[in-house]
Design a protein around this ligand. Structure first.
Ligand SMILES: NC(=O)C1=CN([C@@H]2O[C@H](COP(=O)(O)OP(=O)(O)OC[C@H]3O[C@@H](n4cnc5c(N)ncnc54)[C@H](OP(=O)(O)O)[C@@H]3O)[C@@H](O)[C@H]2O)C=CC1
Ligand SMILES: CC(C)(CO)C(=O)C(=O)O
Length: 339
């Protein structure tokens, strides 16, 4: 494939992937709505910094309005709530036999497939940690799993090619026939991450508090119940096995999963989730509407109650709308809702 890899949304995740691919000699084109970031990337360069490594690479970059031409590979790395807006913008730039590769949290692949066709949609589970700090500067806070897979479970030449590209960035990247399993597995962890954003404690401090364990247990159980009812067996990463939250499993297994999340996040230079950062630092809406709240809707269709997910969704909305603060008290409201 001769045309550049287009990264649509060159923030924390898209920018990090793009920087690694560009440094490895691949032709990359960043597309982002933040003009100052686009300008920085294409002039002084995009700097990746943090505990993993530091480097700067100048990468061609444009705003969506400046983009011309059609491309075979478009890596979509906008927040889930921006997917709906980004899809009609990128669709005219996708070649008829090209594909959109979702490097996002949530089940964006459903929406992407509806917009550009299932044949032109590829999934990816991303769990590494990154934060956009300022134009041209992204913190790469910690390594974690990257998994590549087609939404129909097939493995094709293009799937292998994307997997190889991801291995440049993450040598342990996995090629899977079960991307939905990984996406639902991340959803179970993601629901807990939303809850960690109800207060100002780090992810590790949240997972370390035994008093908060009932919240992780309830959230994990609800997400996993919905996934299983939809015929998906959620898959994890590292030693986090979402099936620890499956019906009939001993609660000790869930304790082990949460303890592992505590330890996994401890050395991370990104101490808080992207959701916390949206609320506390970027002062903007989170992905709750487009990511977390999808699960209770699917659960309702299946007759599965989701009191913990409902409470987290409601409390995050309260913070977004200025009705509540991120605080111990707000987390306490979640605890009340599940007691
Ligand atoms: N950051 C992380 O550590 C992780 C993130 N993820 C997931 O990866 C996805 C991307 O997150 P992240 O990289 O953190 O997000 P960022 O906000 O850092 O990056 C997204 C970039 O896309 C821009 N953008 C928004 N709308 C459009 C559009 N229509 N066209 C082009 N660019 C646009 C954003 O601008 P603006 O800021 O103005 O909106 C921003 O610069 C999310 O689903 C997230 O949950 C998954 C694992 C870890
Ligand atoms: C915490 C992290 C990086 C996953 O480890 C994440 O997915 C997020 O910030 O939303």
């Amino acid at each position: 494939m001769a045309d550049p890899i287009v990264i649509w949304g060159a923030g924390a995740i898209g920018g990090t992937l793009g920087a690694y691919w560009a440094r490895a000699g691949h032709d990359v084109l960043l597309v982002d709505t933040v003009k100052e970031h686009v300008e920085a990337c294409r002039t002084k360069g995009l700097t990746i910094f943090g505990p993993i490594e530091e480097f700067t690479v100048v990468i061609p970059a444009v705003t969506p309005e400046e983009l011309t031409g059609t491309y075979s590979r478009i890596v979509l790395a906008v927040k889930a709530q921006a997917t709906k807006v980004a899809l009609p913008m990128l669709a005219p730039h996708l070649k008829p036999d090209g594909f959109v590769f979702s490097a996002q949290n949530g089940l964006n692949e459903i929406e992407i497939a509806e917009a550009v066709g299932a044949e032109r949609t590829m999934g990816c589970f991303v769990n590494f940690s990154a934060d956009w700090h300022e134009p041209g500067r992204i913190l790469f806070g910690g390594r974690s799993a990257v998994v590549v897979g087609e939404i129909d479970g097939s493995i094709r030449d293009r799937t292998r090619a994307m997997h190889e590209l991801c291995r440049i960035f993450e040598p342990d990247a996995i090629l899977t026939e079960d991307i939905w399993g990984y996406l639902w597995g991340k959803m179970s962890y993601g629901a807990m991450l939303f809850a960690t954003a109800l207060n100002h404690d780090s992810m590790t401090a949240n997972f370390a508090d035994p008093a908060r364990f009932p919240a992780w247990l309830a959230l994990g159980r609800e997400v996993v119940a919905v996934a299983l009812a939809r015929g998906v067996t959620p898959r994890g990463f590292g030693q986090y096995d979402p099936m620890a939250f499956a019906p009939g499993r001993d609660v000790a297994e869930a304790h082990r999963a949460v303890d592992w999340l505590r330890d996994f996040n401890a050395p991370n230079a990104k101490t808080h989730s992207g959701i916390w950062r949206d609320l506390a630092v970027r002062k903007r809406k989170t992905e709750a509407g487009a990511q977390l709240n999808v699960v209770p809707k699917l659960a309702a269709e299946l007759g599965i109650p989701t009191p913990a997910l409902n409470a987290v969704g409601r409390l995050i909305a309260d913070i977004e709308e200025g009705r509540r603060e991120q605080s111990a008290e707000t987390f306490g409201e979640l605890m009340k809702a599940i007691s």
